[in-house]
Design a protein around this ligand. Structure first.
Ligand code: C2O
Ligand code: CU
Ligand code: CU
Length: 510
């Protein structure tokens, strides 16, 4: 529970149930290797600081072969490098009714921490894949060419897409193959993101860099005159552990040691800004965790969330959001003298980004007091329970379960009649030990109705597709399954949990 000192553990196991390990090799070749990780230690205690699970993960874990055991993590001086702007994808073709893009899935060497080169798996060669800017009402087709020597696939997180275009865990792009996904953009303006979603491997692949940004711009929101162009900046946050050689260390039992927060692919960068309003689209792309963000001066006005704009801006002294969630904010630097700076910090990890006020700017537009009404809630006719839990009864690794079952692609867990509005109560049963989860639903957005019987918090407002579910709590949410037929997953978005089975499947039927 927020604030409580609770016993908590990190992800305390290995994927010994599916032990394929893969690490990119320098020079671009990508070798699949197998090594069995055995987390031999007992479940360990820790503390819960706010909503950030902090654990003392001291389970003895075998290093992967070739891994650098015990290498010191680099400790770079903060604010040395500018924050990168992820490139905006340019269509290779503009059709009469849609735009076409092409993105290579490729290995890359990147300087994530100053002075060190890191092998990563990327969309298009950067830590953050090209920003695809779709527009409501105009479809986009994206062809991903897999030049890796492992399988991948692409899921558009928060996208309302046909099942065949959803990047189902079993629907993969094999090495050397390409795949075109159709994204209809028949949804409101929103900040989405795309990432690898292959069965069992989404966790490691996403950790190593297979993630990118997708923005739906909505002509219906143009009249609000929110900051655009150079003043509308997406920021992807992800936690990594990098050793002294620059290698990304992927050890699921020790996720807590990922103490470097990458901000668009750089550790603690700075961003030169003008003395005016900016829109920042924050994306929590970290595999496993929560950020609790504050500014040392200036106000964060939250204007949107996973599925689009809020009805009105909300001043947020602090914003907590978990793996998979997005938060759109407006920060107004107007009036700050040239040479001053504003620091964005996380409650646990400290400063992560510094805004340096470097330019004068005229900004006469007020932040509108009213943004966009949410769609009306239809009456719900079906209620369901979803219980997220680990089963430690056979030791470590535990079983990762949704309603008592591990993911099985051949099993349909919920059958839903198209058009139905449902209320789901999602429980986190992991109190002993305490383990945080986030819950993510594909295909549609939902609204949070309440948390453990209490009214929802500001972190839950608006159209959501992912929510935090702290240990021992429950979240009631309401969704309408209006559009598409077929099978879609729902899962914990701590990818080390979903990749070992904390995922289930619904089938929407006529
Ligand atoms: Cu962002 Cu099913 O995931
Ligand atoms: Cu998703
Ligand atoms: Cu989880």
């Amino acid at each position: 529970m927020p604030g409580a000192a609770t016993k908590v553990i990190d992800t305390p196991w290995s994927r010994s149930i599916q032990s394929s390990r893969s690490r990119p090799k320098p020079g671009g070749s990508y070798v699949k290797r197998r090594s069995v990780f055995i987390a031999g230690g007992a479940v360990v205690g820790g503390v819960l600081l706010g909503r950030q699970a902090v654990a003392l993960a001291d389970s003895p874990v075998q290093q992967p072969e070739g891994g650098v055991a015990g290498a010191e993590a680099p400790s770079a001086t903060p604010f040395q490098t500018p924050m990168p702007m992820p490139p905006v994808a340019v269509p290779i073709r503009r059709g009469a009714f849609h735009d076409e893009y092409e993105i290579n899935v490729q290995p890359a060497q990147l300087e994530l921490v100053p002075g060190l080169m890191t092998d990563a798996l990327t969309f298009g060669g950067g830590w953050v894949g090209p920003v695809i800017r779709g527009r409501t009402g105009r479809p986009v087709k994206v062809t991903f060419r897999n030049t890796l020597d492992v399988h991948t696939n692409v899921h558009l997180h928060g996208g309302h897409v046909e099942a065949v275009n959803d990047g189902h865990p079993m629907d993969m792009i094999m090495p050397g193959d390409s795949r075109t996904y159709d994204y209809p953009n028949s949804q409101r303006g929103a900040t989405l993101w795309y990432h690898d979603h292959v069965h069992n491997d989404e966790s490691e692949h996403t950790y190593r860099g297979l993630h990118g940004i997708y923005i739906v711009d909505d002509p219906a929101e143009a009249s609000l005159r929110l900051p655009t162009g150079a003043y509308d900046i997406p920021i992807m946050l992800s936690d990594v552990k990098i050793d002294s050689t620059g290698a990304l260390i992927y050890e699921p039992p020790k996720a807590i040691e990922r103490n470097i927060v990458l901000v668009n692919g750089k550790a603690t960068p700075f961003l030169p800004v003008a003395a005016r309003k900016y829109r920042f689209r924050l994306i929590n792309a970290t595999n496993e965790g929560t950020y609790k963000l504050t500014l040392d001066k200036a106000t964060m006005w939250q204007i949107g969330t996973d599925g689009g704009l809020l009805p009105a801006p909300v001043a947020r002294p602090e914003i907590a959001f978990g793996s998979g969630e997005r938060v759109d904010v407006v920060i107004d630097f107007t009036g700050l003298p040239k040479g001053s700076s504003v620091v964005l910090s996380d409650a646990v990890k400290g400063p992560i980004l510094r805004f340096d006020v470097n330019f004068r700017a005229t900004d006469t537009r007020e932040l509108p007091q009213k943004l966009r009404d949410l769609p009306a809630l239809s009456a719900a006719t079906v209620q369901r329970d979803v219980r997220l839990s680990f089963d430690f009864s056979n030791g470590i690794p535990p079983l990762a379960l949704v309603n008592g079952k591990q993911f099985d692609a051949d099993r349909v867990d919920f059958t839903i009649k198209r058009g139905t509005t449902e209320i789901w109560t999602v429980y986190n049963d992991d109190t002993e030990p305490s383990i945080l989860h986030t819950f993510h639903l594909h295909m549609t957005h939902f609204r949070v109705l309440s948390r453990s019987g209490a009214p929802m918090t500001a972190d839950d407002a608006g159209l959501k597709d992912t929510v935090l579910v702290p240990p021992g709590s429950s979240v009631r949410l309401q969704a309408t399954f209006a559009r598409y037929l077929g099978r879609y997953p729902y899962h914990c978005h701590f990818l080390e949990h979903s990749s070992i089975g904390m995922m289930a499947q619904m089938e929407i039927v006529p």
